[in-house]
Design a protein around this ligand. Structure first.
Ligand code: GLU
Ligand code: ZN
Length: 315
């Protein structure tokens, strides 16, 4: 992996990416994120990178990475540089953690989920089901210092300054604002089982790969302020963000591998074009060529021209 402080800079400037977690094959929702990020990169003459986000090893499904790559290629969505795997970048995450430690903004935490829920309950805060709990700072020391990171079986949290409001312009959704202390609190960067958290890994990788534009699903919107704050502390450049509308199932739930969303059909050109057409319609792209008469490459070219001209967005 490249050095996050010294990322590559292509002539076009634009470097985008698609960063699926290999927890299953692509479904209609993840295809929207893949297509949206690919179209935005191509429209801007940029590069489109593929990163397999297998930082959470136990949740990864063996072979899902290769299946995703096969599906992307079947859809004509070819990446421009070598694919990277987060599982091969552990040293980069450790270095970033050490840099944060040198800035005296880390502390160890031994709380279980239950301890946190109990501490919140004594403050009269009930934990809404399946919601991320705002950490009540039980383990936060009064004075922050440089720690010995080698200690095992404890989580490492980022100590937020008080009243931390992060604001950014989303290219689709407009101005976004999050009060980090109230919305998430001191969040975990390395878990007690030794795994690095998604928030840290994604920020280190985006910087190391010189990503300038992040286009992804709206389900990740609430993570963006945390990621921007980490970029600030680590002195990385801040990419531009665009969060795409989510594909919902008939119950209004986000399609996900957990809800067993069906994988996209890529067995022949007709099926691929149908899937692409559905994803494009979801992105507000209209008047694309009739799917019977075009090749996948021709269809993608037309979609690239149409991208950015949708009436329902601010790209
Ligand atoms: N790996 C994340 C996911 O599949 C996406 C991360 C990102 O695009 O920032 O949900
Ligand atoms: Zn704790």
């Amino acid at each position: 992996m490249n050095d996050p402080k010294n990322p590559p800079s292509p002539a076009s400037g634009y470097r985008g990416r698609f960063a699926p977690s290999p927890t299953g094959p692509l479904h209609a929702g993840s295809l929207v994120a893949a297509l949206g990020s690919w179209l935005d990169a191509k429209k801007n003459g940029g590069k489109w990178l593929l990163r397999i986000e297998d930082v959470d090893g136990p949740r990864s499904i063996p072979g899902a990475d290769l299946e995703i790559m096969r599906q992307l290629l079947a859809c004509g969505l070819q990446w421009d540089e070598e694919v990277t795997w987060q599982s091969e970048c552990q040293e980069d995450y450790q270095s970033a953690l050490e840099a944060l430690n040198q800035h005296k903004c880390l502390y160890p935490c031994t709380c279980s989920r239950q301890t946190i829920a109990n501490a919140l309950a004594t403050q009269g805060i009930e934990n809404p089901r399946n919601q991320e709990m705002v950490y009540p700072e039980t383990c936060r020391p009064i004075e922050l210092g440089i720690n010995n990171l080698s200690t095992r079986k404890m989580a490492w949290r980022l100590a937020l300054p008080s009243n931390l409001v992060i604001e950014f312009e989303d290219r689709w959704l407009g101005t976004q604002k999050q009060q980090l202390n109230q919305a998430v609190g001191d969040f975990v960067l390395r878990r007690s089982d030794g795994l690095f958290a998604y928030q840290l890994a994604v920020v280190v990788d985006d910087a190391a790969q010189g990503i300038t534009h992040i286009v992804r699903g709206e389900d990740l919107l609430s993570n963006t302020a945390r990621q921007i704050y980490l970029q600030t502390v680590l002195a990385y450049d801040r990419p531009q963000y665009l969060h795409l509308p989510l594909v919902l199932d008939e119950h209004g739930e986000k399609l996900s591998k957990q809800t067993l969303a069906t994988q996209i059909h890529t067995q022949d050109t007709k099926s691929v074009l149908q899937e692409l057409q559905k994803a494009a319609a979801h992105l507000g792209l209209r008047n694309l060529p009739n799917r019977e008469s075009v090749s996948i490459a021709e269809w993608l070219l037309a979609a690239t021209h149409a991208w950015g001209n949708q009436s329902n967005q601010k790209i």
